[in-house]
Write a protein that binds this ligand. Structure first.
Ligand code: ADP
Ligand code: 5GP
Length: 190
């Protein structure tokens, strides 16, 4: 049995900048390690299996669900499943590190309910819906249909932001990075 440690959860509507902020924190020598999720969606250009995600086909994903290998999983977008493997969290804790998650809002709240005071749950807020749309388009990773789905979901997600421990506005990126560092540091010192 692995000794449970702390976890940091970054959640936000897609395109808000949570991946950018999580990547920054991983360079900060805070003792964090990224929890690599499993997904049934296809890799995007440049994504590496076992680094960005564990890419599974539908059948293998469903089998892992049946085997009870996930601490949470969801069909985040129609036909695309995502989940957190228990083995991944235990692997990170066994190194004495803190787990950091990049998670959609429902998954983030589920993890907060699971880990309670051992979790710091941060909601990354985009400055506006217009800016969120600009960032999604600027990223050039999703077609028009996916962008519409993500924007529709974002409205609902923003409505749940007050259930997080902190709301972090990602307007100016450098300011948001510093704020993220401060929040994580003070949580780890507790
Ligand atoms: P998420 O992980 O929440 O889906 P990303 O980190 O992929 O979001 O960011 C979406 C896009 O917005 C990326 O192209 C990223 O470079 C850009 N971005 C992130 N933060 C900012 C910011 N503060 N100002 C402008 N662009 C940003
Ligand atoms: P993307 O396809 O853009 O990489 O991710 C789509 C959404 O799935 C993002 O909001 C991302 O945070 C979320 N996601 C990634 N991994 C997991 C996971 O393990 N569980 C859940 N519930 N959502 C996840």
């Amino acid at each position: 049995m692995v000794q449970p440690g702390k976890v940091i959860i970054f959640s936000a509507p897609s395109g808000s900048g949570k991946t950018t902020l999580v990547r920054h924190l991983l360079t900060c020598k805070l003792g964090l390690e990224f929890s690599i999720s499993a997904t049934s969606r296809a890799p995007r250009g440049g994504e590496v299996d076992g680094k960005d995600y564990y890419f599974l086909n539908d059948e293998d994903f469903r089998q892992s669900v049946l085997n009870g290998e996930f601490i949470e999983w969801e069909e985040v977008y129609s036909g695309s499943m995502y989940g957190t493997l228990r083995s991944e969290v235990e692997r990170i804790w066994s190194h004495g590190k803190t787990v950091i998650f990049d998670m959609d809002v429902v998954g983030g709240l589920n993890l907060k309910s699971l880990y309670k005071d051992n979790a710091l749950a941060i909601f990354v807020m985009p400055p506006s819906m217009e800016e969120l749309e600009r960032r999604l388009r600027g990223r050039q990773t999703d077609d028009e249909d996916k962008i519409r789905q993500r924007l529709a979901k974002a409205r609902k997600e923003i409505g749940r932001s007050d259930r997080f421990d902190h709301i972090l506005l990602n307007n100016d990126l450098e300011t948001a990075k510093k704020e993220a560092e401060k929040l994580v540091q003070s949580f780890l010192e507790k």
